[in-house]
Write a protein of this length. Structure first.
Length: 323
C-alpha cells in the first residue's frame, strides 16, 4: 500500500466538494423555484426515485422530506421496474436522482411516469441527458470534477445532489411554516421530540405511588410511608388533597439534628410550608427550568384547581431522556 498523507487527502476531498457546493449555490435557477412551488402543493406523496449511489441520496432526501412535513417515500428504480412503480399515483410528484442522467433503470421508467400522469422532475449533472430532457424540469448540479482522483467514484456529485435534496426540504419547510412543535411530532423518540411533547403529567408519580400524609400524622408514621414509596419526600395534604406542605429527606436530616421525638411530633410542626409547584399541563422541560432556577430536585404537581396531582423529580426527567 502506498504511503500517503491522509490529512492532506481528506482536506483536498473536502475542498473539492465545498467548491462544488459553492458553484451549485451560484447556478441554481428558476427551475428550482418552479419545482418547489409544485412540490409545496403536492396532494399525494413526494416520490424520491434513484438507483445505486444516487438511490442512497434519494432515500435520504425522502427521509428528510417526511421528517419536515412533506409526506414522502423512496422507491429504488430497479425495483420500480418490477412492480414498485405501482405505488406511484397521478396525485404524486416524483423526484428522479441520477448524476449521469442516463441511468437505464430510470430512462425505462419515463414512459410509465408519463402514462401515470404525475409530475416528475430530475436532479442530474447534465441538462442534455435523456433523463433531464425527458423530465418536466431538471435541476443541474453542475458537477464535472469528482473528489475521487480518478474522477470516477461519485463524491462531489452525490454531495451536490444531497445538498439539493436538503435545499428542497428546507424550502418546503419554510413555505409551510413548519414549526419546532411540528418537527417534534415526527420525532417522538428523539430528545428534541421528547422535550417538545412530553408534559409533566406524562412522567410524574401519581395515584398510589404518592406518599400523601395528613398534617396530624406523627413523624414516625411519615417515615414509614416515605420509605415504602421511595420518592424521598412526603406530601402533606388535607382529605380534599389541598397541599399543606412537604417533608423531604433534607427536612429529615434537619429534624435529626434537633433531637425531635419521632413518635410524638406531628408532621405539621416540622414540614416545609413553602412548596414549589408546577401545573400538570406544562411541559416537562418547564419543570427542569423551575428546578434549576430554585436549585431543588423535585416539584409538587397540581391540577388546575390547585389540588395535588403528583410529584416529579429531577431523576424522573433524567430517566425520561430530557436531561
Amino acid at each position: 500500500m502506498k504511503k500517503i498523507n491522509f490529512i492532506k487527502s481528506a482536506r483536498r476531498t473536502i475542498l473539492i466538494e465545498a467548491s462544488g457546493l459553492q458553484n451549485l449555490a451560484k447556478t441554481l435557477n428558476k427551475e428550482f423555484s418552479s419545482i418547489c412551488e409544485i412540490l409545496s402543493t403536492t396532494k399525494g406523496k413526494i416520490i424520491c426515485l434513484g438507483v445505486g449511489k444516487s438511490g442512497h441520496i434519494a432515500n435520504k432526501t425522502s427521509a428528510t422530506l417526511s421528517s419536515t412535513g412533506s409526506s414522502s417515500i423512496f422507491i429504488n428504480a430497479a425495483e420500480a421496474l418490477h412492480g414498485d412503480i405501482g405505488g406511484v399515483e397521478k396525485k404524486d410528484n416524483v423526484l428522479l436522482f441520477s448524476h449521469s442522467g442516463e441511468s437505464e433503470e430510470i430512462v425505462s421508467l419515463l414512459p410509465t411516469l408519463k402514462n401515470i400522469g404525475c409530475n416528475f422532475f430530475s436532479i442530474t449533472g447534465n441538462n442534455n441527458s435523456r433523463i433531464a430532457v425527458g423530465s418536466m424540469m431538471n435541476i443541474e448540479t453542475g458537477v464535472t470534477d469528482e473528489a475521487c482522483p480518478l474522477n470516477l467514484a461519485p463524491t462531489t456529485s452525490t454531495t451536490a445532489a444531497l445538498a439539493i435534496g436538503d435545499a428542497i426540504a428546507v424550502a418546503l419547510l419554510e413555505a409551510k411554516e413548519f414549526s419546532s412543535e411540528d418537527f417534534a411530532k415526527s420525532h417522538p423518540g428523539g430528545k428534541l421530540g421528547k422535550r417538545l411533547i412530553l408534559k409533566v403529567v406524562d412522567i410524574m408519580h401519581k395515584g398510589k405511588e404518592l406518599p400523601l400524609i395528613r398534617p396530624s400524622t406523627t413523624l414516625s408514621d411519615v417515615l414509614v410511608e416515605m420509605s415504602s414509596k421511595g420518592l424521598g419526600a412526603a406530601l402533606i395534604a388535607d382529605k380534599e388533597k389541598n397541599l399543606k406542605g412537604i417533608f423531604t429527606d433534607g427536612d429529615l436530616r434537619r429534624a435529626l439534628n434537633q433531637e425531635i421525638d419521632f413518635h410524638k411530633t406531628k408532621i405539621s410542626q416540622i414540614m416545609s410550608k413553602s412548596v414549589k409547584t408546577i401545573d400538570e399541563s406544562l411541559l416537562a422541560t418547564d419543570a427542569i427550568e423551575i428546578m434549576q432556577k430554585n436549585e431543588i430536585y423535585m416539584l409538587v404537581v397540581t391540577k388546575k384547581n390547585k389540588k395535588i396531582a403528583g410529584l416529579i423529580r429531577m431523576h424522573d426527567l433524567l430517566k425520561a431522556g430530557l436531561i
